[in-house]
Design a protein around this ligand. Structure first.
Ligand code: SF4
Length: 689
């Protein structure tokens, strides 16, 4: 070992897992990770981390890492040079564009990668290939939440920070499981409950850990959240408990909205949601009695046919009670991936340029066209759901995807795999040979966060820098370098030498990032967008204006879309979600020894009642069947779920256990987010334990 390798290095990084955005030092020696050391001055987490942030890093040194570009030859791949791979890509993509048009190409971005990488990828799609067919995985999770916020208050992000959640009087959690999905945030809520007597209300099908600790846990029928939220809002208005001054001074469309609530009486809500009238009144009272309420929500709300409408109903309730624009209150969609917020913020969406400016707006487009020296098409592109459809009917022929396990995490994956097989040319860029990569023509080896520089944006809109700890393994390259080199191969002249060059370009183009710069992000410093040119952050939104021309918020009438019908044969409701110890499909966590040993795989949660009725015990092997596919899985009998409701964690790299073999291709009508949470299945016992 050289002298340098003998020394212990301490490098600040930002967690690569969930959207809470914990930061800490990584202590390393050579390529060995000695430990993760949180620091008091980390803005989000201080000295806390969860098991993933603490132990989830071994994947970086996994022997399964891709280290060379691969090119398909028949059923196998051969190792190639970068030059060979990029030349082939340039030739194939250009040929498709010339023959079929620019919109025969699709681009799928990564919410695990940096802001700078996401910006460059959409620049590649829009300026070099001249298509807006670009999207990221927020389409699978949080786009309905952003859409609901945009309809009502104007900005698709958390309206405050985790500090606001911690200082609220009442925290309401709807369809989310922060203890497992956002552990350090959940710790803040638990602490506030203990130290400040913060009240907690949890609405969830499953008695998750926060539900266990809540002052009130309500269990509405699957897919009925909009009904009880609207009924509670109506009850508050009927009682005269609304914030009258706030509504008068700051909110439009109040009368129309009131009329739209007419049908959401307590009787109607009791019948549709299964919650008793007393429970509904209790919920209304808790909100009425609280000085500041934060509502937190996630995929239990968004992944439905009416996910955007339910997110809107949450915002309506917060507006009626004056819970926007003041500390300790607001709407908080909890972002899943570490950079799901940033990927959308930096423009990897079919209808938005960076900073949520519409691609259809001539002034906005021409600002980018002048800076980039190219033309951008005016019409919005296809989202990732539409891209898969377009591949199926052969309108899209070429696809470039990076850092996204679409072949496991999209709904109805059998259908998605068939689409992949139809692609004429498919490039997958990742750190592992993913399930999706099996369908690729070229596979490019990328570098994970510990091997590059950049920034991530957490659920609070907080931009934080992470630093390079190791050299990229083998021939791996940071994703931004790959995009730069590919663009230059196609005749561009991109001369970025560091991600800070990219951020500098963004700050000149996107007003919400006007004052973002690497100088402001040194050490543990962070910035929360919108960032003024002076560099000043905006942790709390809407203190004086909402993001509409007249500065006022809009109450937005919505109606209930009942969940998808499956027919009587499929008699059990299948819910899905995360495990604390694993992340997502598990491509990284499952390759981290410390984690794999504790939680080797997913199991199916079955209620005591159902287990008794069907004579099934913990450990039994069952087959689940939906109209879309089959899964074989072992059972865990538990009190967390009740009646005919099952729960299957999504975290697995094992195709045979993947919940998305069972989910459908139906989606939220406004954003095309799949209705993952509306699956119905039948269950057969295959073998007792
Ligand atoms: Fe990482 Fe989220 Fe855990 Fe923090 S809470 S350490 S960001 S996974």
């Amino acid at each position: 070992a050289t002298m340098r390798e003998d020394r212990i290095q301490k490098t600040k990084t930002v967690c690569t897992y969930c959207g809470v955005g914990c930061s800490f030092e990584v202590w390393t020696k050579g390529r060995e990770i000695l430990k993760v050391q949180p620091q008091e001055n980390a803005p989000v987490n201080g000295i806390s981390t969860c098991i993933k942030g603490k132990f989830g890093w071994d994947f970086v040194n996994s022997e399964e890492r891709l280290t060379k570009p691969l090119i398909r030859k028949g059923d196998t791949f051969y190792e190639a040079t970068w030059d060979e791979a990029l030349s082939l890509m340039a030739e194939k993509f250009q040929a498709i564009k010339e023959k079929e048009g620019a919109d025969a190409l699709g681009f799928i971005s990564s919410s695990k990668c940096s802001n700078e990488e996401n910006y460059l990828f959409q620049k590649l799609a829009r300026s070099i290939f001249e298509t807006n067919n670009i999207d990221n995985c927020s389409r699978y999770c949080q786009t309905p939440a952003s859409a609901g916020l945009m309809r009502t208050v104007g900005i698709g992000g958390d309206s405050g920070t985790i500090e606001d959640i911690a200082s609220a009087d009442l925290v309401v959690v709807v369809g989310a499981n922060p203890s497992e999905s956002h552990p350090v945030l959940a710790t803040r809520v638990k602490r506030a409950q203990k130290l400040r007597d913060q009240k907690l209300l949890v609405a969830d099908l499953r008695k998750n850990e926060l539900a266990d600790r809540a002052d009130l846990h309500i269990h509405p029928k699957p897919g009925s959240d909009l009904v009880w939220l609207s009924a509670v809002t109506k009850y508050i208005l009927d009682k005269g408990w609304e914030d009258k001054t706030f509504l008068m001074e700051r909110v439009n469309n109040v009368e129309k909205f009131k009329e739209s609530l007419e049908k959401f009486t307590l009787d109607y809500a009791e019948e549709m949601s299964g919650l008793s009238k007393d429970t509904l009144i209790k919920v209304a009272e808790m909100i009425h009695e609280s000085k500041g309420t934060c509502i937190l929500w996630a995929m239990g709300v968004t992944q439905h046919l009416g996910g955007t409408d339910t997110s809107t109903a949450i915002c309506n309730l917060l507006l009626v009670t004056g819970n926007f624009g003041k500390p300790g209150a607001g709407g908080f969609p909890l972002r899943g991936h570490n950079n799901v917020q940033g990927a959308s913020d930096f423009g990897t969406m079919p209808n938005w340029l960076p900073g949520y400016e519409p691609v259809e707006n001539d002034e906005v487009r021409s600002r980018y066209e002048q800076a980039w020296g190219t033309k951008i098409p005016k019409h919005p592109g296809l989202n990732n759901h539409q891209i898969v459809e377009a591949i199926t009917d052969e309108r899209v022929k070429g696809m470039y995807l990076f850092g996204e396990e679409m072949g496991l995490v999209d709904s109805n994956i059998n259908y998605v795999h068939e689409a992949f097989e139809k692609l004429e040319f498919f490039v997958v860029q990742d750190i592992f040979f993913s399930k999706t990569a099996q369908y690729a023509d070229v596979v490019l080896p990328a570098a994970p966060s510990l091997e590059k520089e950049g920034t991530f944006t957490n659920t609070e809109r907080r931009i934080q820098r992470f630093h390079q700890v190791f050299e990229p393994l083998g021939d791996c390259k940071p994703d931004w370098e790959i995009f730069r080199d590919f663009a230059n191969k196609l005749g561009a002249n991109w001369n970025y030498t560091h991600p800070s060059d990219i951020m500098e370009e963004v700050s000149k183009l996107a007003p919400i990032f006007a004052g973002v710069s690497y100088e402001h992000l040194e050490g543990w410093d962070s910035q929360i967008w919108p960032v003024k040119p002076s560099g000043e952050s905006t942790p709390l939104l809407y203190t004086d204006k909402f993001k509409f021309l007249d500065g006022k918020a809009r109450l937005f009438p919505v109606d209930w879309t009942p969940p998808q019908e499956f027919g009587e044969e499929f008699d059990l409701h299948l819910n899905n979600g995360r495990l604390l110890e694993q992340f997502h499909e598990g491509n990284m966590t499952d390759r981290s020894e410390g984690i794999h040993r504790i939680v080797p795989g997913p199991w199916l949660e079955v209620s005591k009642e159902l287990a008794e009725e069907r004579n099934i015990e913990t450990g039994a092997l069952v087959r689940l069947t939906s109209p879309y596919g089959k899964v074989k899985i072992r059972v865990l009998v538990t009190e967390r779920v009740t009646g005919k409701e099952l729960y299957l964690p999504m975290n697995t790299v094992d195709n045979e256990k993947a919940v998305n073999k069972l989910t459908s291709s139906y989606y939220d009508k406004d954003t095309h987010t799949p209705n993952y949470k509306e699956a119905q299945v039948k269950m057969e016992l295959l073998e007792q334990f």
